[in-house]
Design a protein around this ligand. Structure first.
Ligand SMILES: [Fe+2]
Ligand SMILES: [Fe+2]
Length: 370
């Protein structure tokens, strides 16, 4: 687990919590009491308290500020202490801030109700100065501990997010390198892999698949021919037509690819395995290696089949000239329902302009990272 920026973040967070654990809000309609309590609070914290004679304004202030301790009178016009506490406890930033209600000794029922709705402590009127100071000190210490805990929790969440992102990034890098290793043995170009991956994503998008699936498909499609690592050079690099025996060996590449990728709990590799195994299946059941047909072929395999063949046809290879995009498109349409899934063909043709943009972006002489 990397830990480079965390100590700074941690100390900054803790410093913030220490400095913020001293803001006292005092609400009392009696200006003399307000001043007395403010002086007491300042003698403990060393910083001026925030004071309001009007509880409604104090609630408004709390909507954009976060006090560390609130002292509130009970008997006030507009809003009594109970109503004030209720309003404060609905604010996300104040749901656990300590609240001290200042009441006269004989208001037992008032105290009980205040406890019910979220008061933390009481101070009796007239205020006893030493008692008030130690209450303020103790409750600010409690608040400080709460802030520390909250910061630790945030820090842990942050560390988990960083670590998870690093793992995902490493998975991607490994897969990219694995695909590159396969490219070294495959006469097909890196640009082919990028174009067919983007065509695949485009088809998935056109079919209304979730963005997460589109992205996974973009990253998994380059692994479709990874099984060619297991095909001998005399077949893989043969310039002419393969014999039946050579073709039989070549047809093992989907299974070899699936075997390389199988057994992983990483979603990207799982999809890569599915694509490697099924990208040569045909909609009418005449494909290989399993002879699956129709929707028994996973959607990823049906999509990649369209994207892969279209790109192979419309690109130049050592043994053939490139077909024009229009000719390759006609081939897809003629083969919809036999070789290809018709829904996937329609989706691809429906996004023709975007497909042509992909074709011109990833050319055989110039590759752009995805
Ligand atoms: Fe293949
Ligand atoms: Fe391919």
């Amino acid at each position: 687990m990397t830990n480079t920026t965390h100590p700074a973040a941690k100390s900054a967070g803790i410093a913030a919590s220490i400095s913020s654990a001293g803001r006292v809000l005092i609400v009392d309609d009696n200006s003399v009491n307000l001043l007395l309590l403010a002086k007491l609070a300042e003698s403990v914290t060393g910083t001026p308290a925030v004071t309001f004679e009007d509880p409604v304004k104090a609630v408004e202030w709390c909507k954009v500020n976060e006090p560390d301790l609130i002292l509130v009178d009970f008997m006030m016009p507009k809003m009594n202490g109970h109503d004030f506490i209720r309003a404060i406890r609905t604010l996300p930033c104040c749901d656990d801030v300590p609240i001290v209600m200042v009441t006269t000794e004989n208001e037992k029922a008032v105290r009980h109700e205040a406890l019910e709705i979220g008061a933390t402590e009481f101070l009796a009127k007239p205020v006893d100065v030493p008692e008030c100071r130690s209450r303020i000190r103790n409750l600010l210490a409690l608040r400080h501990a709460q802030n520390l805990l909250r910061d630790e929790k945030k820090l842990l969440q942050y560390e988990v997010e960083i670590a998870t992102a690093a793992i995902v990034e490493r998975e991607r890098e490994l897969i990219l390198r694995l695909s590159k290793a396969a490219e070294f043995r495959d006469p097909e170009t890196g640009a082919h892999v990028q174009r067919m991956a983007h065509y695949s994503k485009l088809i998935a998008k056109r079919l209304g698949m979730p963005a997460s699936f589109q992205q996974l498909l973009l990253e998994a499609a380059p692994m479709h021919d990874i099984g060619k690592l297991g095909i001998p050079d005399y077949i893989l690099l043969k310039p002419g037509k393969l014999t039946d025996a050579e073709m039989a060996i070549m047809r093992h590449h989907p299974t070899i690819g699936a075997n390389i990728l199988e057994g992983s709990d990483i979603p990207l590799l799982q999809l890569g395995e599915e694509i490697a195994r099924t990208h040569h299946e045909k909609f009418d059941g005449t494909g290989y290696p399993l002879g699956l047909s129709g929707e028994n072929i996973p959607l990823s395999g049906r999509i990649v089949a369209v994207a892969d063949v279209f790109d192979a046809l419309s690109s130049e290879r050592p043994y053939k000239k490139a077909w024009s995009p229009e000719r390759a498109k006609s081939f897809l349409m003629e083969s919809a329902g036999t070789h290809f899934c018709p829904v996937c063909v329609n989706a691809f043709i429906g996004a023709w302009d975007e497909a042509m943009e992909i074709k011109s972006t990833f050319t055989d002489t110039e590759t752009v990272g995805y």
